[in-house]
Design a protein around this ligand. Structure first.
Ligand SMILES: [Zn+2]
Ligand SMILES: [Zn+2]
Length: 138
């Protein structure tokens, strides 16, 4: 690979990582894409997808599981759970005690060997709740 191209790729990856951090609240690839384009206008969506995959593989970011068809990305790579707004699709962290896999009753999990527990809660975010309330009173 040409050195110039290599430098460009490194820069793109850095900007993509920065965007995930700055956007906070678990952006999707599309949201990351539009943030990256403000800094590097020639970046393609496929480049963003490719780099997000690399960053996940490198453990620099996490792909949030089980929140629907669209993947949300998380700069917080520590173990934690998520809540998703049913209305606007926004994903936020939930701070509850993680389930201790070793204490799970095997019958309760149909005698499966549990590898991972990821809990996803569905809800309505404060903004959407307020909006719905407003519509009701109109
Ligand atoms: Zn919402
Ligand atoms: Zn998170």
């Amino acid at each position: 690979m040409l050195e110039v191209e290599l430098r460009r790729n490194t820069r793109q990856k850095r900007v993509i990582l920065q965007s995930v951090e700055q956007l906070g609240c678990h952006p999707t690839a599309i949201q990351i894409f539009s943030a990256v384009r403000k800094v590097l206008p020639r970046t393609s969506l496929s480049t963003v997808y490719r780099n997000l995959g690399i960053l996940v593989d490198q453990g620099k970011i996490k792909a949030v599981k089980g929140t629907g068809t669209e993947i949300h990305y998380d700069h917080n790579t520590g173990e934690h759970n998520h809540i998703k707004c049913k209305v606007c699709g926004r994903v936020c962290d939930v701070n509850i005690e993680p389930v201790d896999i070793d204490t799970l009753n095997s019958e309760a999990v149909s005698n499966f060997v549990v590898l991972e527990v990821c809990m996803n809660i569905l809800g309505i975010c404060p903004e959407c709740a307020e909006q719905l309330e407003r519509e009701k009173t109109q």
